[in-house]
Design a binder for this molecule. Sequence first.
Ligand SMILES: Nc1ncnc2c1ncn2[C@@H]1O[C@H](COP(=O)(O)OP(=O)(O)OP(=O)(O)O)[C@@H](O)[C@H]1O
Length: 282
Amino acid sequence: MEQAIKVTGLRKVFGKHTAIEDISFDVKPGEIFGLLGPSGSGKTTTIKILTGELGQSAGEVSVLDTNAGSFGTADFKSRIGILSDNSSLYERLTVYDNLKLFCKLYDAPLERIDVMLDEVNLKEARSKVVSKLSKGMKQRVLLAKALIHQPELVFLDEPTSALDPGNAAHIQRGLQKLNEAGTTIFITTHDMEEATELCDRVAFLNNGKIQELGSPDALRYKYSTHAFHVETFSSEWLVIENKAENADKIRDLIASGQVKAIHSDNPTLGQIFLKVTGKELV
Ligand SMILES: Nc1ncnc2c1ncn2[C@@H]1O[C@H](COP(=O)(O)OP(=O)(O)OP(=O)(O)O)[C@@H](O)[C@H]1O
């Protein structure tokens, strides 16, 4: 398989409102791909089209070498996992019984339940009724559900947005491990640090259009001024351009013992997003 996801000229119109306007991108097998955008930019709509929950108005979509017309088949559904705002649990059943139902649905062995509960840090909650769980705990059960059948590709719509920092970090490590084991991950997030840490490549979605696409490192380099920020022991910050004629200046500063640290001037993904779209991603 050359591409896990291939999207060409995708467009989605709701009545008079164009939610997605001619977007194209590929996701490679084994990649963690992040779709980043402010509220209403079209992230959830994109996930819903890629998982067969919504039809597109125009364009071509292929996921795991399957065309949109076959997204409803049991075979396709068994190959993907989904965590979206439509994912739900049986509120009156326990965590364990919820996951047991999904194991049966996907023909997954019951041993997967404890493996997944460990992954999402919920072993102690296995006998709790879902209606008694906090929002963040429910989110983690939903994540366990999305991964219970060991799909090749998972779609995660803001998986850590309801979590406290400790559990968000735990889930991020779990996603990295899952990816190292070969799972392709398509994730949407508002969290730029999470995107920088997790994603091989990110696309900036704004008003239904992709405005930038690349690896976090490549984007940070592209938008860098390429200057050095030199911090001295007298708490001064000097900005020195990365030019041959400045080599002696930097050498002299280091030789004089004044240099505490030298930093590159690569902006954060959040700063780049603001520059490209004019919007803060909060
Ligand atoms: N079923 C629908 N009918 C009409 N308009 C819709 C529908 N679903 C989404 N939209 C509109 O499409 C645009 C994109 O919505 P979408 O939910 O994809 O954004 P998002 O980037 O996921 O936002 P958020 O981060 O708030 O979840 C919004 O303007 C939204 O109001």
